[in-house]
Write a protein that binds this ligand. Structure first.
Ligand SMILES: [Zn+2]
Length: 228
């Protein structure tokens, strides 16, 4: 029974570890996905900014051309009002070019930042770290899966060689108490499941090598030679 319980408990522990690893792996994969997206967004934005820069440059040229046209016409006009109007037009186009040049500068700065190696390298490094962590987890997972298969095989073999009567009793007790149902007594002679100190008569039987039933919680208790 103790062997059965040990194997079953280890199976439960292994399964729990596997589940924990799976959750960790899923979390990491989500993080990886997010970083990938962030990189894609940066690339997309860089393309947008490049297009914006191009159209800014074209507009600045156009404004400059229009300002120049207005300037050339200044020498041709005779009337003062026309002259003033042309001056205003020239100033308007120049102003437009100045404003565009200023937003062009910020666009160029943004592009530099987006294409900057620093930012991208940081993301790439983070992704690499996550991938390494994932590889470690995958390795542990495959090891635990093998172990679980071994344990399940062991349990099957154990059940095959255990008498039906004992198996039945074990299953009954398991239904009643849950695992663990067979526990060592602690150094003070108390049941390690419910903490009840065992009567000295029972305790001497334990030390003598018997397995006894805890009068308080009904589980099996045995004595373990203290490790020296
Ligand atoms: Zn107990």
């Amino acid at each position: 029974m103790l062997k059965l319980q040990r194997t079953e408990l280890e199976i439960l522990r292994t399964r729990a570890s596997l589940e924990k690893l799976q959750l960790q792996a899923e979390g990491l994969m989500m993080k990886l996905e997010e970083l990938k997206k962030r990189r894609e967004v940066a690339v997309k934005r860089a393309e947008e900014v490049k297009r914006d820069i191009q159209s800014h440059k074209e507009l600045i040229e156009e404004c400059g051309r229009k300002a120049k046209v207005a300037e050339e016409r200044l020498s041709l006009v005779k009337r003062a009002e026309e002259y003033k109007a042309l001056l205003r037009e020239k100033a308007k186009h120049e102003d437009c070019a100045i404003k565009l040049a200023s937003s062009l500068r910020s666009l160029e700065e943004e592009l530099k930042r987006l294409e900057g190696e620093k930012e991208d390298k940081k993301l790439a490094k983070q992704m690499e770290e996550i991938q390494e962590e994932l590889a470690d987890i995958r390795y542990s997972q495959s090891r635990l899966k093998n172990r679980l298969e071994e344990l399940e095989e062991d349990l099957k073999n154990l059940m095959d060689v255990t008498e039906d009567k004992i198996l039945q009793e074990y299953e009954n007790l398991k239904r009643k108490h849950g695992l663990p149902l067979i526990l060592p007594v602690d150094s003070l002679g108390a049941c390690t499941s419910c903490g009840t100190k065992l009567p000295s008569a029972l305790y001497s039987r334990l030390v003598g090598g018997d397995v006894v039933v805890c009068p308080s919680c009904g589980r099996f208790v045995y004595y373990e030679e203290p490790l020296s």
